[in-house]
Design a binder for this molecule. Sequence first.
Ligand SMILES: [Zn+2]
Ligand SMILES: [Zn+2]
Length: 557
Amino acid sequence: MIRGDGIEESVFLRADALTRAHGIGADADLGPLFDAPPPESDAETLKRLRQMFEAGGWVLVESALADLPADLRWLYESDAVTIEQLGALYRATAATSLVDLAAAVRDGKLNGIEALDAAAEARVAAALPDLRVRVPRVPLGRAAALVDPFLIALRSSGAVEWAEPAGSLRRGQETVGDIEIVASTARPADVLDEIVQLPEVARVLHRSQRRLYTLTERVQVGVRTVEPQTAGAALVHLTGSFGHLEALRTLAAASGLTLTASGVYAADGARLAAATEQEVYAALGLPLIPAEIRDGRDEIERASSGSLPQLVTERDIRGDLHMHSTWSDGRDSVEAMAAGCAALRYEYIAITDHSPHSAASRNLTADGAKKQADEIAAVRERHPGMTILHGCEVDILTDGSLDFSDRILERFDIVLASLHEPAGQSPEQLLRRYIAAMRHPLVAIITHPTNRLVPIRRGYDLDYDRLFAEAADTRTVVEIDGAPAHLDLDGALARRAIAAGATVCIDSDCHRADLLERQMRFGVMTARRGWVEARHVLNARPLAEVRGAVAAKRAGR
Ligand SMILES: [Zn+2]
Ligand SMILES: [Zn+2]
């Protein structure tokens, strides 16, 4: 066992990382690694590692921690195990997740591990239930907030050509395992010197020639610099899901090519493409596949046949139809929300506060709705370039009726309806409530249909195909809610919704003006994960069409 001393670069020692990086098996014939070392590894390091490897099997160096699954790394960071014990644990169990590890504990696999004494074993077992709740995967919203100062610094640095978050963060997944930014630069030392100075960096966990791992607000945030000549290939490699990369490699192999983290290579070893993602995909005969759909399902097939969708973008969004103000549980006034939206150049917005029975900390009363209408009228005068709709997010009550009378609901320009309670009814009962609400002529939109709470609570286990068919039938719009705790519908369900012929809308569900842009961005990313195009999105249409859709349903047309 060695520490990181003298090790210039983190080298992948994890079996699946090895497989990923070099296309070799988990039984670790390391030959190919040494024959074609990753560009940033120095030869001396590799020699030492090979000697150690041959002498003693798996080793783990501290600088390689960043390549361990976040779940396992957390055991070390929370002092449950030493680095030696973590290495032994990993080697003996090949666990890459908590689920694996829990199974290993259950099967008594930890008993035989020499480095793991009884006390450490007990700490691991004790940490497991805790880990399940405090899984070190970070919700998308938090991850994006953590990388923002890094991205801003990198993108404004004269030495950086471009910087992009990698992995699940770039794909817009609801939680992120490893938070890492890829930066293209020919001057890595200068760039990393700048980054360690950031006030957000609490501690440097590891720094090498090209990589930096920091502890930022108790979370690991990494910056990986790559040479501009191979930056596109590195970004492809660090963005795609395992399945996506597997499929790309298979496709490459079918044409006698090899795809690695440093480029696409011909059989004679000549590098055909590496500098941009576009070039890498083109060398494989594909158009650029958007990051959000690189999940290893059918995207490569569709790209090959030229039938990828034209995914919705933030530029397609004309308005935001779901947000809260101080009339319910929002932090900011109607005026502040309107001003925030005007700055985003929306054509229209809707202020949609909660109804009396909602579980929100503050709610709009029937009486309040009248006063709010007056306030909105005044705010409209200050923002003549943008239409402000007066809406509400009304709760669907237990019997499927709505929490405001029709007489009150009629006065709103647009009515959103939702369930807010976590449990208490069977899926059939919940579905019946939704269907009753969708059949109500005043309900235009069902918000956050699964009512999940990331990362704490799973969504309702409903028959979503029935829900979406009913939405299409009643011409009720289903929402893709961009609040990081919702991201609801998620990508997979959004894809089923549009396939069923339902219209979706993408909203921020914002409770404060300073997050309007960010939450809409998350909503758009989530929609893109669901293969949603602008033509599927209500709020990508002009205001007249939005009003027309509301009016048509109200009139039963
Ligand atoms: Zn809600
Ligand atoms: Zn809401």
